[in-house]
Design a protein around this ligand. Sequence first.
Ligand SMILES: *Cc1c(COP(=O)(O)O)cnc(C)c1O
Length: 341
Amino acid sequence: MEKKNIDWQNIGFGYMKTDKRFVSTYKDGAWDEGALIEDDMITMSECAGVLQYAQTIFEGLKAYTAENGKIVLFRPNLNAQRLISSAERMEMPVYPEDKFVDAVLKTVKANEAYVPPYGSGATLYIRPYMFGINPVIGVKPASEYQFRVFTTPVGPYFKGGAKPITIKVSDFDRAAPHGTGNIKAGLNYAMSLHAIVTAHEEGYDENLYLDPASRTKVEETGGANFLFITKDGKVVTPKSDSILPSITRRSLIYVAKEYLGLETEEREVYLDELKDFAECGLCGTAAVISPVGKIVDHGKEICFPSGMEKMGATFQKLYDTLTGIQMGRIEAPEGWIYTVE
Ligand SMILES: *Cc1c(COP(=O)(O)O)cnc(C)c1O
């Protein structure tokens, strides 16, 4: 297989059409077999459920070339399980876990020529998603759906190393108490757009959202979970029912405990204790870890001792260990790495 002629170092994080995508249709109460197709366009009714009432959910994961030259995926079974929870909450049909993993493997295989080489820092981003496609005008769940998977190559998230970012405590909420904050639904992103555009206009990189009920506890940003390191080296992550359960966060907590022997704690984290942490970071598939240097709460600056120049020492160890596992340089826990054959 010959790789596409792409400048892997400089592709950025945008959409680039690749050769094949997977499509499966749900109709009359059942999913069809699904197939890889070439057409990247979707034709649907003007009254489709997704267009009128935003019935759409998604996942995000990456395929990349490991040190041994094989194309691998990181824990796609957890993306499958999370899409199932999202579907259940949104009154959408479940796409079975084994079929999800199979569809992802097939789509990556069909677009193998777009998987960036080992060491380039670039990856093939995979976007599985599902939406209601038949006409819905009275408010109710759609009765027909599409499950799709497309891929797009993306560049290294941080060119020339991860620089710590500055985030603001947002006056907007990303989730409601008992709402949909814990599932990966497009609607959570739609409502965060105004908040992120506003934050960027004010010169911040991201928003820190508080718990929507009491607005005293830390939740997450628009698309990444928080991790904190205490001054005595413990890894702390916020606990809440309205946080999206990040696979990267869950993997980092495991790595902290089992590979680095660190103490870990998932608990409520109050805004007024942020000043006591030694390091702060965001985690998600895209960047693995983005270090946070500063959080600004209505003019009051909380500066972490790890500073604005580089990732803190504990996060650097976590980052090196998890990316080492992903790239095949460090032995992975059983079942974490799937090879695309
Ligand atoms: C996808 C997502 C994350 C990160 O999850 P990963 O599984 O680690 O990629 C965090 N927060 C939100 C709101 C998300 O949508």
